[in-house]
Design a protein around this ligand. Sequence first.
Ligand SMILES: NC(=O)c1ccc[n+]([C@@H]2O[C@H](COP(=O)([O-])OP(=O)(O)OC[C@H]3O[C@@H](n4cnc5c(N)ncnc54)[C@H](OP(=O)(O)O)[C@@H]3O)[C@@H](O)[C@H]2O)c1
Length: 315
Amino acid sequence: MEDTARPSGEAHSRLELTTVFGGSGFLGRRIVKHLLDHGTAVRAASRHSTRARHEQVHGGSFSAVKADILDQEQVAAAVSGASTVINAVSLYTEHGDVTFERIHVEAALRLAAAARDAGAVRYIQISGIGSNPRSASSYIRARGQGEEAVAAVFPNAIIVRPAVMTGSDDAFLTTIVRLLRILPAYPLFGSGDTRLQPAFVEDVAEAIARLALGASDPEARLFEFGGPRVYSYRELVEEISRLLGVRVRLMPVPFLAWHALAIVAELVPGAPLTRNQVELMRIDNVAERCGFRELGIEPHDIDVVVQAIREKSRP
Ligand SMILES: NC(=O)c1ccc[n+]([C@@H]2O[C@H](COP(=O)([O-])OP(=O)(O)OC[C@H]3O[C@@H](n4cnc5c(N)ncnc54)[C@H](OP(=O)(O)O)[C@@H]3O)[C@@H](O)[C@H]2O)c1
């Protein structure tokens, strides 16, 4: 069951309501859960609703609307009455006329404008570390231009840039774990020197929930969230193999080869490897300062996630 029009039956004051666009995603559904745990009313918006699951756990403070961020009427309905709006919509592979520019710049701008017009007092745009409006990569450029577009229409907007995120159902560590278990030699991105600072998705979701509740310095506009340790990609793979108790032989693979592989992989539905992932792996993915500590959160390292992945995959 899902709402397709203006949501009804929310018995909460507008000051308590947060709309999470992309509220069914890897990060978005955790933001919803953490907000509900803080006692806030939440409306999750996405093209496919996940209403039942949250209602079972959290009673009536959760509602879901079916809304496409590209549909202006559905966007207006989804943000109506919300005091805070969070944009956690992703697009990792372009298809047809659904481009990085349309989702991460144009739609992000229209969502922020709709939030402003609906009287929201807070808008949080989820972006990513390394976003750069002048990047040669269309993905990284769109993320940077999206940040600028949002700030132009909603000047108080908070930009959140997580590092690569980990969780037992992530697409990052689970892939490394799977490959370490089956491959005789592990292929590195380039020589494996790119620096990464993986952030636990639950920590990021809690941080965003605190931002939505106004926990930050009101002047702060940008938060970068990285985990407690910076690894080179090589060190990360070695650390995961140590935690798994498997021996690893590392094999450097040039970025050009990865790029070619990603072009083919993108033809597969749910692409296991995308060109934007390869482009992101070329540049360091490290937080400039620790947003977690500013919000009183002690971030978790990868060991908790590797342990959870091990338990999940135990026969
Ligand atoms: N995952 C990471 O490691 C990572 C790292 C840094 C930054 N980020 C950023 O964090 C944000 C969330 O990423 P994620 O990994 O949680 O993504 P995800 O798991 O792919 O979830 C995306 C969410 O957006 C919704 N969505 C997609 N297209 C939509 C549309 N046209 N209209 C409305 N909703 C739409 C999806 O639901 P439906 O398909 O049902 O619409 C889903 O709820 C993104 O901005 C991403 O770039 C992610």
